[in-house]
Every structure is written in structure tokens, then in C-alpha cells.
Design a binder for this molecule. Structure first.
Ligand SMILES: *[C@@H]1O[C@H](CO)[C@@H](O)[C@H](O)[C@H]1NC(C)=O
Length: 397
């Protein structure tokens, strides 16, 4: 993030693309496909049925760049099967860190109230509603979110198939001369599928279920920081949930007749059952809880010996001790249910968020996608303004 914004438009295209694709995770953290893979071989194929399955052997980008000596990669390379598989795992870090960030502030309800922070005016850059309600009042969060999306949309964020705006009607028409980006056709090119957008229900559940579960009651005056943390968390969650589209496409390609038959019968439960992989879901939940217990606590520095910089053997020993301490901490958290640890967000809450909100919403997206993919409108329960099985609070395991 050290680029001078004024030179952004003249940056080489590949750099712009990468930073757009990894809006939430900065470029250096991005995963790339394995070295020798020419882009087109990694388009979807029926062997992709495990796209949702975690792969333990994914290499971070730096490693594969170094191995391949390839200096530049393209969006087409990045939006490959390998990327999609690894990014679902990578997104867990983004989501968990974002929730931990949000949890350091009080609930600060006033930032969610329409007119709670009066006199904000119109979010800069946003398009106003057709009926000219320029003076409409917004919550502080909505004001910041609409303005943020307006800015991001001008550099093409919402032209990426991975990105979905929370306020699509407020996005300005792009009038600059940035070229259109070249994305591989990973998804069925259907207007209704492009328009599937689960952000409304996600936004509702984030405010009504997630924030009360992770943030302490009350107000600490950190309103700006709070909404920035909210925006980061919502964008990370949105990206994860809408990856259901990519996952659904890969599942469809592995069994087109199976899905077609169920959709022809209007059997949404059957579609849900066919796309569900309980083993993978269990792995996601275990990983989420483990990561939350590891990232959510202070490193146990005080129990480690002091080491001078450059003292090779000693620092290795300390790193090993720190790693061991983290393992012990994580194991403890798994055993005690997390309540005994002094974490910043209880790992069992992170796990519940995955179990009760993230995974079900992702699967709702998948069902809707698969219906449209097979030529039918999704049943009413799978409209994008609800959860097919509503969740109004997080229940412990
Ligand atoms: C990588 O991209 C940069 C910037 O576009 C370009 O100058 C350079 O020649 C490219 N390298 C290769 C190996 O294509």
C-alpha cells in the first residue's frame, strides 16, 4: 500500500489487477497458481469438484514466484481453480482478523442509527437516488460505506466477479478511461447469476447477530474506527459468501445431470443435499476455531528467554518455543471450549459464526446459483433477502 495514488492510473495493468483482486489481502499475501501452469489449463473442469475442499498443500505466492522465476502473472492466472481453492482458506484469516479488529471496540450502536451522527450530507462520489432524495439521512456506517464503494467502483472493484457492492444503486457511473478488465469466464454468463447479491441479508445478520456477539455493550467514542472495522469485516464476509458462486459452478460441472434432475423437480432440499459435503464443513469449522484461538491471544512472550538479534541458534530456539506455545494454547482452547482463555474473541463464537451464518449463507448462494444455472428461478426460500433457515442469535455448540 505504498503506491502513490496519483500514479495509480498509469501503473502497469497487471499490478492494478492484482491489487484489485486482493483488495482485502494485500498483494504480497496473495496465493498464486503453481509455477508452470499456463493460464488456460486451469480453467474449470470436472475435476474441480473439490474446489470447496481445503488443500493443505497450497503454496504462498512468494514461494511459487520464486520457484518459477515468472515475474508477472495475469488475472486469468489468478482466477484459477488453485486460486479459488486456496483463497477460501486464505479468506479465513482475513475474516477472523477483521472480527478481532472490530471486537476491540464497544458496540457503539449510534453508528448504526439513521441520523445518529447528524449533518453528514451526501457521501462523496455516490450517485443519488433517481427521485432526488439528496437530503436523506443515513447512518454513519452507511455514509462511510457508500462513499467507500463509490471510490472503489471508480477503479473497477465491482467489475470483478469476486466483488459485490452493498449499495449497488449508489455506485456512480464510471466516467474515467480505465480499460475494462479481462476476467476469465469462470461463472455461467447469465445476467440473473451476475446479479445474485446476498449482501442485504448479510448486512442485517452482521448488525443483529455478529456485532452483539463479539463487541462489548456500550460506547467508547471510537466511531470512525468502528465503522472502518465494520466495512472491512463486511467486505471480507461478502467475498467469502459469494464465493459460493464459484463453488457451485464447479459442483455443477462435476455432476450436471444430477443437479438438472433435482432442479427440474424444483427440489431445493435435494440440491442442498447434493452440494453439501459435511466432511469439508467440519474441517472448515475446526480450522476457524483453531485459527481464532491462535490469533486471538497475546503471544506468550514473558515465558520466553531473551535473545539478542543475530544470535542464530538462540533465535531458532525461541521461535520453536513460541510455536510450541501457540500449539499448546490452541489445543487448550479446543478442549476448554475457549471460555477459559484470555482471547480477544472467543474462538467458539468465531466457529458459531462460520457454522450458523457463513456456511449456510454460502450454501444458499449455491442453491440459488444452481437453480439459475439449470434454467429455473430459485424457490422463494432462496431469495437473496433471507436465510433459508433463519438465524437470529448464535447458539453455542
Ligand atoms: C512484467 O511487467 C512489467 C510491467 O508491465 C514489464 O516491464 C516487464 O517486462 C514484465 N516482465 C516480463 C518477464 O514479462
Amino acid at each position: 500500500m505504498t503506491r502513490n495514488p496519483s500514479t495509480a492510473t498509469s501503473l502497469p495493468r497487471s499490478i492494478m489487477l492484482t491489487s484489485l483482486l486482493f483488495f482485502t489481502a494485500q498483494c504480497s499475501d496473495a496465493y498464486a497458481p503453481p509455477p508452470v501452469a499456463p493460464c488456460h489449463r486451469h480453467r474449470w473442469s470436472s475435476s474441480l469438484s473439490s474446489a470447496a475442499a481445503p488443500s493443505a498443500t497450497t503454496k504462498p505466492a512468494a514461494e511459487s514466484y520464486a520457484a518459477s522465476g515468472d515475474e508477472n502473472i495475469t488475472t486469468r492466472d489468478i482466477l484459477s481453480l488453485d486460486y479459488i481453492r486456496s483463497t477460501l482458506i486464505r479468506q479465513e484469516e482475513t475474516i477472523i482478523f477483521a472480527l478481532i479488529e472490530r471486537a476491540q471496540f464497544r458496540r457503539n450502536d449510534i453508528v448504526y442509527k439513521v441520523g445518529g451522527v447528524p449533518g453528514l450530507g451526501v457521501p462523496p462520489g455516490s450517485s443519488t437516488d433517481a427521485d432526488g432524495q439528496e437530503e436523506e439521512e443515513l447512518s454513519f456506517l452507511d455514509f462511510m460505506f457508500i462513499g467507500t464503494e463509490a471510490l472503489h467502483s471508480i477503479v473497477r472493484r465491482y467489475e470483478s466477479p469476486e466483488e459485490h457492492a452493498f449499495f449497488p444503486s449508489r455506485l456512480p457511473k464510471r466516467s474515467n478511461s480505465l480499460s475494462e478488465l479481462d476476467y476469465p469466464n469462470l461463472l455461467s454468463n447469465d445476467n440473473a447469476i451476475n446479479k445474485l447479491n446476498w449482501n442485504k441479508i448479510l448486512y442485517d445478520k452482521y448488525l443483529s447477530v455478529i456485532v452483539p456477539a463479539i463487541a462489548d455493550k456500550g460506547d467508547d467514542e471510537q466511531h470512525g474506527s468502528t465503522v472502518l472495522a465494520d466495512i472491512a469485516a463486511l467486505q471480507a464476509l461478502s467475498k467469502r459468501i459469494h464465493f459460493g458462486k464459484f463453488v457451485a459452478e464447479s459442483k455443477y460441472r462435476s455432476n450436471p445431470e444430477g443437479f438438472q434432475k433435482l432442479v427440474d423437480k424444483g427440489d431445493a432440499d435435494g440440491v442442498m443435499a447434493l452440494l453439501t459435503n459435511e466432511e469439508v464443513e467440519k474441517q472448515v469449522l475446526t480450522r476457524a476455531r483453531l485459527k481464532a484461538s491462535t490469533y486471538g491471544r497475546e503471544p506468550l512472550m514473558s515465558s520466553l528467554p531473551k535473545v539478542e538479534r543475530g544470535d542464530g541458534d538462540q533465535s531458532t530456539a525461541v521461535i520453536a518455543a513460541a510455536a510450541a506455545a501457540a500449539v499448546v494454547a490452541a489445543v487448550e482452547a479446543m478442549q476448554t471450549g475457549g471460555s477459559a482463555m484470555k482471547g480477544k474473541v472467543d474462538p467458539s463464537i468465531i466457529e458459531s459464526i462460520y457454522r450458523q451464518l457463513i456456511i449456510p449463507m454460502t450454501k444458499d448462494v449455491e442453491v440459488a446459483y444452481l437453480f439459475l444455472r439449470c434454467g429455473r428461478d430459485p424457490p422463494a426460500d432462496f431469495a437473496s433477502d433471507r436465510m433459508s433457515v433463519d438465524v437470529t442469535y448464535l447458539s453455542p455448540l
